[in-house]
Design a protein around this ligand. Structure first.
Ligand SMILES: [Zn+2]
Length: 122
């Protein structure tokens, strides 16, 4: 709880900006919010683009954890959450593709090898 340093209006605990004049709430740690926004956006971009879903997942989790720790209404908390979900999904898909690829590499010579061996005896 505090008051706006510009217009004197009473501010709620979670107010990042004064609801009357729009001045930033001086009681909140300065610089924390833009930094968190960048983290959330970078995390979401990495996750959604598929460029590096695992990195996106890590960055999004970091952004979300920091947003929760900051204890103020954080507008991009939802974006961080979305980044976590899409990062997790994309990481899962990439892991599945890699797993299938590895299985295919392993099984392919096995299948064709056995077909070849069988054809030799028929
Ligand atoms: Zn104000």
């Amino acid at each position: 709880m505090g008051f706006c340093s510009k217009c004197g209006r009473e501010l709620a605990d979670g107010d990042v900006y004064c609801p009357k004049c729009g001045a930033p709430n001086a009681l909140l740690p300065s610089g924390g919010k833009p930094y968190l926004n960048v983290l959330a956006i970078v995390g979401m971009a990495l996750s959604a683009s598929g460029a590096s879903p695992l990195a996106g997942l890590i960055v999004s989790v970091l952004a979300y954890k920091k947003a929760v720790a900051a204890e103020f209404r954080y507008p991009l908390k939802g974006l961080a959450k979305a980044g976590i979900i899409s990062g997790a999904v994309a990481t899962g898909i990439v892991a599945l593709i890699l797993l299938l690829y590895a299985a295919q590499l392993l099984l392919f010579p096995l299948i064709w090898g056995s077909i070849y061996v069988l054809s030799q005896y028929s």
